[in-house]
Write a protein of this length. Structure first.
Length: 157
């Protein structure tokens, strides 16, 4: 019996800071946003996040395979992870996990002491990734505005 071995190219985060990059972010949001979470409500929401934090393109080698956002949640020393999205055909190869590890490094470099995120309870793949890198469930929240309750997870940095 042969077993397929999937080797993922080096994963990196690249700050989305020009119109082409932000158009790519919107494209990913429209492709993936409704499948697992709200994503950006619209272009204005994306620019609001960009102005308050950082939006990254997730690269596997030279290919853009996803996006993730990082911003302060308004509490001293707390970073909020938003909109982690990886193309479905590239999932299951460690890209999401490696992206979270890289994002945690960015948070530490920027002086954050804690990371928080919200995830839909039914998004088992995302919950697995977050638990794998050390996030713990601390409660529930329905403040996103779409009527869907989310699990709140955090990790001390």
């Amino acid at each position: 019996m042969q077993r397929e071995i999937v080797v993922t190219p080096k994963v990196s985060l690249v700050e989305a800071n020009n119109k082409k990059d932000l158009a790519t972010v919107l494209m990913f949001n429209s492709l993936l946003g409704s499948r697992t979470h709200v994503g950006f409500r619209d272009e204005n929401d994306m620019y609001d996040v960009k102005n308050k934090g950082t939006i990254f393109l997730i690269k596997a080698g030279e290919e853009t395979v996803g996006t993730v956002s990082l911003m302060s949640d308004g509490k001293e020393g707390t970073a909020l992870v938003r909109n982690l999205e990886v193309l479905q055909e590239r999932q299951g190869r460690g890209i999401g996990t490696e992206s979270v590890y890289l994002l945690l490094d960015v948070m530490r470099e920027r002086g954050f002491k804690k990371a928080m995120l919200r995830v839909r309870p039914g998004n088992k793949r995302a919950r697995h990734v977050y638990k794998k890198v050390g996030f713990e469930e601390i409660g529930k929240d329905n403040s996103v505005g779409d009527g869907v309750e989310r699990l709140v997870m955090e990790k001390r940095l």
